[in-house]
Every structure is written in structure tokens, then in C-alpha cells.
Design a protein around this ligand. Sequence first.
Ligand SMILES: [Cu+2]
Length: 418
Amino acid sequence: MTTRRSKRTAAAALLFLAAAVPSWAAVLVQCPGDVDGDAIPDPIIPAGYPNAGQPNPEYRQDVGCKHLGAGDGFVHMGDGTLQYMFGFSDLTGIPEAEALAAGRLASEWTGPTIVQEEGTEYYLTLTNVGMPMRPDLFDPHSVHYHGFPQTANVFDGLPESGMTINMGASLTYYYQIVDPGTYLYHCHVEATEHMQMGMIGNLYVTPRQNRLPSGTNLNGFIHKTGFKYAYNDGDGSTFYDVEVPIQLVGFDQNFHDQHIAVQPLPFADMRDTFFMINGRGYPDTVNPGPLLPPPPETGLPADHSVQPVSAAITATRGQRILLRMSNVAVTTVNTVSVLGIPMRVVGKDAKLLRAADGTDLSYETTSVTMGGGETFDVILDTAQVAAGTYFLYATNYQYLSNNKDDYGGMMTEIVVNN
Ligand SMILES: [Cu+2]
């Protein structure tokens, strides 16, 4: 039997618990060799810990860590329109105790780019920092690497078969990274909604071939320390000097506006109105630095960019440019073209374009068409081109706009200097 008194006590306990929610928050970074919980392995034990200043016996070079926050935020479109979004923030380097505060409204568009080396044991901590602008929601989040071959089901981010992370909690995903290439990741919770809202980013896995001893002969191509390749090609054919991400993305203004207005979401009408590369509409794409300041609605300091990735492509004549292309737009198939610079597709969906018997399947083209979730590795060779400015642009010309503003959208510039 429940007495009035015990009811009152229960209510008081609930109130107490509600007030104490932040102390429930369980941010736990798991990263071998990381002493202070900032997701950066420490070769030397940091100050304030036993044996500070001594070499850390737990430290291993083959461990890669990252700490992402998942939550909401605001970004600016190319015409200045403010858009509400869901997204990922980079909490790597932030102490655990400060992670929830640091991730608040700090979502980046597009999500933080993660780079890991082939052969790495990769620990990714995802912390759900909550959504201050939608306190009516209690959505969990996850990380799913689309097409990633080294994922245990439990770490695949599918709500149906694996874990998702509730607000105020964190989970560390574990992967053994075996295959180099260009991958993308997204939240798989209510995937259409969360991806349209901005929960997408890229992972680049660099090949072992980058770390060969200087002077190694690759079938006639002499490797030198510092040389970089897209794949373990064995012949230098995917060698590049300059690397640029080209992430094709889009926002549907109506969907985002209905979302912050707590209105029913128009799923069937979803249709992008802002077309972007790396989270920017032209001419923001050619801004070489981070876009600043962030929208005041984020409460972030003026030097904290939530659109940090430039799409400006710059090379010196003779250099080879690797474009890590991906289509992470939810509603559109995208075709992008480059005129005037030979463009060779060397990889697709994180696979070197080569048959099992060694037949070269790479090809030259002037355009690449990408469906959602596809990635392409493309090398631009500037050896035979004149110095000048070239364009990479969507061939669906209506995508060259920032909603109602013409001359924007999915376009960037390639500047080849002498
Ligand atoms: Cu999500």
C-alpha cells in the first residue's frame, strides 16, 4: 500500500534526481595510453598524475582516438540564412568533465573529418550532449560508417542491431582499420531525419604505403619519405601532393525551419534548397579559412568555427591533387564536373580501381556522378595545364544557387599557380 507520505518522499526523490541530472552524465573516454581522458594518447605522463613526466608504459603508436559530440546547433548558409541543425562536434582534446558543456550547440557542418592510418586500432568515443533547442526530444544518436568493412555489429550504429547513445551518455566504438580509402559516416538513428539535419561526416584511411622506407622501389616508382598515396597501389599511380575533401551536401530549408519550430516534419516533401560542398555554398567554398564568426545563437566564441572545412583547391603547376569526393546529400544525386584539367578516377567506395588480375580500371573523365553514400577518389594532374583558375561545379545548374540567391551553391575554384 502506498501512503501519502511515501508518495511525497518519492516525489521529493524524483525532484532531487531531476535537479541532479548533470551528475548522472557519464562521459567516459576509452583510449589506450590516454592518461587524462582527452582522447589523445600521452607518450609522456602529464602533470598531476602519478609518475608525471615519465614515459607512459601504456602508450602505443598504433592506437588512434577521437571524441565526437552529438547534439544540435546552428550554421549559416551561403546567403546568410540561419539554419538549425543536428550534428557532430569535435571534443578531442577536451577533458571528460568539460565535454558536455563544450559540445553544447557546437555541431559542425559537415561533421568533423577523421583521418586514421591503415593498421590502427581506432577508438571513437561518441558523447550525446543533448539538444538544448529541442528539449521535447530525447533522441539517441550513433555513428555508422557507411560501407565500412571492419565493424562488429554492436559498433555499427544501427539501432536495430547495435547500441545507440542516450543524452548525457557516451560509448566508445572500437574498430581495427584494415582498408585504406575514403569513407563517410552518419548517425543511423532516424537516419533520414538526422542526416538531413546534418549528422554526416567523412573518414579518410591513409595507406601503409605512405610509411615505406625512403628509396623503396615500387615497380619503377621510387618512394621518398613524405610521399602520400590514396591506396597501396604498388606503382605510385595514386601519388598526390595536395589533398582536398569534396563532400557534396544539401539542406532543405523548409525541413530545418519546421524542425526548430517544433512542427510535423514534411518527410515526403523533403527537397534540398541549399547545395553545398563541405558545408558551404559558393562563394564561401573558396574562403580558405574557417567560416567565422559562428551564429550568435550557438553562444560559441567568435573564433570557434562550426563550418571549418574550406573547399578551396590550390596547387602549383605540376602537382597532383587528390579529391576525396563523396555524396552525403540525402535528397539528390549529384554530378560534378571539372573542365580543363585531366581528372582520373582511381578509387571508388574505398576500393582501388584495379581488377584482381592487376588490370588497371582507373579512367579519365570530365565529370563524376555520385548517388547518396558513394565516394570517389579522383586525381587532378596539373602537369600539362596552364596556370589559372578552373571550376569544379554541379552540372545540375539549379544547384548553383543558395536557395533564392543565384550564383552560389555547389561550386568551388581550382587555382593553379606557376
Ligand atoms: Cu542522430
